[in-house]
Write a protein that binds this ligand. Structure first.
Ligand code: S3P
Length: 434
């Protein structure tokens, strides 16, 4: 099992770009495969999660060409042009792959089985299986239809109106995709707005999607048209460098081409409320998605309260927010974030263990945590629990520890950010070399 040692840094300096957005990369492969005509995708994230999606569509007969110039060319097959896969579709560690695929597969004319790694097989799948079955899907899954592996016998679907108990873009997207192959209208309501990349990309590819207060709906029988897609840098990956530059004195870092979709940019709002010096420059669009460059400088942070609508806008960034909070003056409380318990690992428990090793006083709640900021972290040894975002959050903390921080099980960063360690070493000046 790989591990990494992180030493304290005297500052982060330079100009970087982060890899393509993971959520948008998944959707680009899926929607281009389901479209009529060809699509060229630029900026695709070649992380393990997205490759699971790419391999699944190849296994269903889609011609996907990954060229040396990193452009992906896909000849779409239309909504009903996929073939029955001859083996289980392995979604690896990727919740987005398994949940969105279940929405695609439920209405096909063939049989398929979805599974994944030990972490994915523990995650809740009832949240998509149950509403899909209400639409007429035939699904058989482990643990009374709550866990993967699960099998789908494609069948005709009918639209439903569904009130999702959780704000989840994966649930919403699975139902919208199923809705496109269903008869009638499919409407999804959610308690808070989740990321809207599906809605944006479906529209960009020619579908009609109605968005209204608290919900979204699609009519069945629509076709998507292949188009060229440009994927912005992932704000969830940028988040590690934002927090690193904020908490390490003498830092000034320019992060270029970051996706700034308002349903994802909660991390910038949270850090700015904590007193962060982040300048948003060069605002523009990549297709339907807003993009900007972010200039971040070391800042004195203060504790805040985080909850409500803000949580889905920053759900994947809350582990690294907990590191920022641990360096802030005063107390930070994160609430309404029970979803963290069912991510790649229980991220509340995993971050509690990391913070305790660092010497931070922390109380956990069923739906969040309270963190009391301190001046400097202790070094020691922490474990990622096989979760890419825990590994990278710990790495950020290691830039401010009094002695070396060893992080165990770090191979998982290849899931979303294959070049993370190289990029960190490139911009973080070691102490003593300033
Ligand atoms: C994602 C949605 C979020 C997020 C995940 C990616 C997506 O999950 O945490 O990393 O691409 O739709 P939920 O839909 O479970 O909130």
């Amino acid at each position: 099992m790989k591990s990494q040692q992180i030493n304290s840094s005297a500052g982060l300096r330079g100009e970087i770009t982060v890899p393509g957005d993971k959520s948008i990369s998944h959707r680009s492969i899926m929607f281009a495969s389901l479209a009529q005509g060809s699509s060229c995708i630029r900026g695709f994230l070649h992380g393990e999660d997205n490759l699971a999606t790419l391999n699944a569509f190849r296994a269903m007969g889609v011609d996907i060409d990954v060229s040396l110039d990193a452009v992906i060319r896909i000849k779409g097959k239309g909504f009903f042009g996929l073939c029955e896969p001859t083996d289980i579709l392995d979604c690896g560690n990727s919740g987005t792959t398994i949940r969105l695929l279940s929405g695609v597969l439920a209405g096909q004319k063939f049989f398929s089985v979805l599974s994944g790694d030990q972490y994915l097989r523990r995650r809740p799948m009832g949240r998509v299986i149950e509403p899909l079955m209400q639409m007429g899907a035939q699904i058989w899954g482990r643990e009374q239809n709550r866990c993967a592996p699960f099998a789908l016998q494609g069948s005709p679907l009918g639209g439903i109106t569904y009130h999702s108990p959780v704000a989840s873009a994966q649930v919403k997207s699975a139902l919208l995709l199923a809705g496109l192959s269903a008869s009638g209208t499919t409407t999804v309501y959610e308690p808070h707005v989740s990321r809207d990349h599906t809605e944006r990309m479906l529209r960009y590819m020619g579908a009609e999607v109605q968005v209204f207060a608290g919900g979204v709906s699609v009519e069945g029988g629509q076709q998507l048209q292949g188009r060229d897609l440009e994927i912005p840098g992932d704000i969830s990956s940028a988040a590690f460098f934002l927090v690193a530059a904020l908490i390490v004195p003498n830092s000034e870092l320019l992060i270029k081409n970051v996706g700034m979709n308002p349903t994802r940019s909660g991390i910038v709002d949270i850090l700015c409320s904590m007193g962060a010096n982040i300048r948003i420059l060069n605002e523009r669009h990549a297709g339907e998605e807003p993009v900007a460059d972010l200039l971040v400088c070391s800042s004195e942070l203060r504790g805040i309260e985080i909850g409500g609508d803000m949580v889905p806008r920053a759900i994947d960034e809350l582990p690294v927010v907990s590191i920022a909070a641990a360096c802030a003056q005063g107390t930070t409380t994160i609430r309404d974030a029970a979803e963290l318990r069912v991510k790649e690992t229980d991220r509340i428990a995993a971050m509690e263990a990391v913070l305790q090793t660092l010497g931070v006083e922390v109380e956990t709640h069923a739906d969040g945590m309270t963190i009391h900021g301190i001046e400097r972290f202790n070094g020691g040894k922490v474990n990622s629990c096989g979760d890419h975002r825990i590994a990278m959050s710990a790495a950020v903390a290691g830039l401010r520890t009094s002695t070396v921080l060893e992080i165990e099980d770090t191979g998982c960063t290849a899931i979303s950010f294959p070049a993370f360690w190289e990029l960190l070493h490139q911009v973080a000046i070691p102490t003593g070399k300033n």
